[in-house]
Design a protein around this ligand. Structure first.
Ligand code: UDP
Ligand code: MG
Length: 340
């Protein structure tokens, strides 16, 4: 493989042993009739099941298309996708989840839009099945809040399932931040973008790898990465509370001076106010902490990910080390990826 493929499909993989065969089967089924060259870049994000073994098997069965980037440990979904984008050589790159919640059958439509001249074709979830009510509600709320508080307009209800022109991919991979919210970063770079609607299927197999905790972290990464509004919230709240207490003071003085009524009797009201203010202050501190922690992580400047091994990339045509974005330390070497 010395020519660059037309389409690279990037799938991050974390414990997806039951989906991999089907993923490859469905992608092949969609891509073969199109009569263009393509590659499937699978990034193994530190899976602890048989995913890696199965990926190697797929590569051996279909060496022309299947390529593997094997991480040294679990670095997280957004980082795995980033690595896939670094390694992808196609003129356009498609990001897709390995659990088949994003139907590969949508790819030809994306390619068509790309050929019409759009540089980003993102898939909008018109419907989603097989996900909990809580997850759908939170997710929907999150996208709407994010839309309101950021200046760049990140499309609503849109995940990472999308096609990007190579120029967009290069733009995004040169952004060095480690708290990555890729759908936001892709909006940020601009270019001509268009959405197409689809129905999000249930998972093909296995459990979600995004428990509420990870989902919240991604949401915070999205918000802190693109907005200062949470930091300003403390200022606004401060002004509001200060104004209210100013009025209350005047009120209390008036009551004392001109009436016999004793307001704010007992300790309960005092206690409630103190607790309320304590809560507000702790939340504000926490918000500052969220930003501070992220600044600290960025400042450390560690590589985004460590590659253990790769498979299927031809070094002469692929990735001379010196062409990689400098924020990526790569320890990749060609060879067997099977552990003992
Ligand atoms: N994933 C990953 N690393 C992680 C968590 C998830 O590479 O730490 C992959 C996972 O294998 C899947 C995709 O990211 O291909 C999306 O994850 P999942 O389907 O669990 O998320 P959900 O669709 O439930 O939001
Ligand atoms: Mg999923």
């Amino acid at each position: 493989m010395s020519d660059h493929p037309t389409i690279s499909i990037v799938a991050p993989i974390y414990n997806e042993e039951d989906s991999l065969q089907e993923l490859h089967r469905r992608i092949s089924g969609v891509m073969e009739p199109l009569d263009l060259s393509w590659e499937l870049v699978m990034v193994n994000d530190g899976s602890r099941d048989r995913s890696l073994e199965l990926m190697v098997e797929l590569h051996e069965r279909d060496p022309e298309h299947v390529r593997i980037v094997n991480f040294a440990r679990n670095f997280g979904h957004q980082i795995a996708v980033t690595a896939g984008m670094d390694y992808a050589q196609g003129e356009a790159v498609v990001l897709i989840d390995a659990d088949l919640q994003d139907p590969p059958e949508l790819i030809p439509q994306m390619i068509e839009k790309w050929r019409e001249g759009y540089e980003v074709v993102y898939a909008v979830r018109a419907e989603r099945e097989g996900e909990s009510w809580l997850k759908r509600t939170l997710s929907s709320l999150f996208y709407r809040v994010l839309f309101r508080i950021t200046e760049i307009k990140i499309p609503l209800d849109t995940g990472d399932f999308r096609l990007m022109d190579q120029r967009v991919v290069r733009a995004v991979t040169t952004m060095p931040e480690r708290h990555r919210f890729i759908r936001g970063m892709v909006s940020w770079v601009g270019f001509r973008q268009v959405g197409i609607e689809y129905k999000r299927d249930p998972r093909f197999a296995g459990e979600t790898k995004y428990p509420l905790r990870k989902q919240l972290r991604l949401a915070w990464d999205g918000i802190t990465g693109f907005s200062y509004v949470p930091l300003q919230l403390a200022t606004y709240l401060g002004f509001i509370i200060a104004a209210m207490s100013g009025l209350s003071i005047l009120f209390v003085i008036y009551m004392r001076a001109f009436t016999d009524e004793l307001f704010f009797e007992g300790q309960a009201s005092t206690l409630v106010m103190v607790l309320f203010l304590g809560g507000v202050q702790l939340i504000s501190l926490g918000v500052i902490g969220e930003y501070l922690g992220r600044i600290y992580n960025e400042v450390k400047g560690r590589p985004l990910y460590i590659v253990h091994t790769t498979r299927g990339f031809d070094d002469s045509s692929g990735h001379p080390e010196d062409q990689r974005p400098e924020h990526h330390l790569s320890l990749s070497r060609e060879g067997s990826v099977q552990h003992d």
